[in-house]
Design a protein around this ligand. Structure first.
Ligand code: ZN
Length: 162
């Protein structure tokens, strides 16, 4: 188990485009394991590789629906409807903001064996997929926030962060 350092807003790496994974290697397997460990340690709902300083198209997610999601080279292939709600990011500590995202998305990606699959997500999972895929393009949710970026209220507990 290894916890990696989370890069925070202002770090140039978060603004760069990630490269696709071409083949599974022991190093990438280790990176994926570390990303899950780091996400759980930080109580995040998702984590993208650039957030731990690696410019590869890899995303891990756990939105408390009983599944662990790994997306390698994800591509959103369908979007439907819209949802407006609060969003936070492990790379923007202590803040949250209101963002509108699709209500439903379909994403095509590769699994740990580099086999293609399609995942459909709604509600929080759809929001999380969009948030993480944007990280791979070098985009942060702060640019999509409607109104002001707000400080998290510690008494109200943790905002969902990804
Ligand atoms: Zn994020």
């Amino acid at each position: 188990m290894a916890i990696r350092n989370i890069r925070v807003i202002g770090d140039e790496i978060l603004t760069k485009k990630c490269k696709p994974v071409k083949e599974m290697t022991p190093r990438i397997r280790q990176l994926i394991d570390d990303m899950f460990d780091t996400m759980y340690e930080q109580n995040g709902a998702g984590l993208a590789a650039p957030q731990v300083g690696v410019l590869k198209r890899i995303v891990v997610m756990d939105v408390d629906d009983g599944n662990q999601y790994l997306l390698i080279n994800p591509e959103i292939i369908e979007e439907e409807g819209s949802q407006t709600g609060s969003e936070g990011c492990l790379s923007v500590p202590g803040k949250h903001g209101i963002v509108t995202r699709p209500a439903k998305v379909k994403v095509k990606a590769l699994d740990r064996d580099m086999k293609e699959f399609v995942l459909e997500g709604e509600e929080l999972l759809a929001r999380c997929i969009c948030h993480e895929v944007a990280h791979l393009q070098g985009q942060l949710y702060v640019d999509l926030v409607e109104g002001e970026l707000m400080d998290n209220d510690e008494e109200e507990g943790e905002e969902e962060q990804a």
